[in-house]
Design a protein around this ligand. Structure first.
Ligand SMILES: [Cu+2]
Length: 153
């Protein structure tokens, strides 16, 4: 009886390990296929509670990459944003998805689509690296973004 239970436990452990290795393989494969160039988060302006980011995402997969959100341990709230201009004034608004077409790249900037971050849980140091966990239809991947000085347009 004990022997049977032990065998069962060993089998369960093996199964769990197999699944975690599979999950890891999938993430690594996605990492190779999704290339994120020059990811940055802009330092917050004095008194501001939100900031944007900039990066270029290359989708080397055969499928559209549909980003439906991202999270960061350094911010309480995050949002996908797009930008439009009303009488020359920049207006940002929430979008549900940002899509990088198959075999295409997409530049995310404060003037177009971008990742928006709200309520940092600590004061950001210029030069420090933040991890953004990006959720997509093809799985999750991390983007390591550097905090850079705010740029005036
Ligand atoms: Cu924004």
């Amino acid at each position: 009886m004990m022997k049977k239970i032990r065998l069962l436990l060993v089998m369960c452990a093996a199964l769990v390990m197999t699944f975690s290795v599979l999950a890891e393989t999938k993430v690594n494969e996605l990492k190779k296929m999704i290339d994120v160039q020059n990811p940055v988060v802009f330092q917050l302006a004095n008194g501001a509670n939100a900031t944007g980011s900039k990066m270029t995402i290359y989708n080397h997969t055969d499928k559209d990459l549909i980003i439906d959100g991202f999270t960061s341990n350094d911010f309480k709230r995050t949002m996908l944003h797009s930008t439009r201009y009303e009488s020359g004034k920049r207006v940002m608004f929430h979008v549900d998805h940002i899509t990088v077409p198959a075999h295409k790249k997409l530049a995310l900037t404060p003037n177009t689509h971008h990742f928006m971050l709200f309520n940092p849980i600590h004061k950001l140091k210029t030069g420090e690296f933040l991890t953004l966990k990006v959720h997509t239809n093809q799985g999750e991947f991390d983007v390591i973004a550097q905090v850079v000085p705010r740029r005036l347009k």
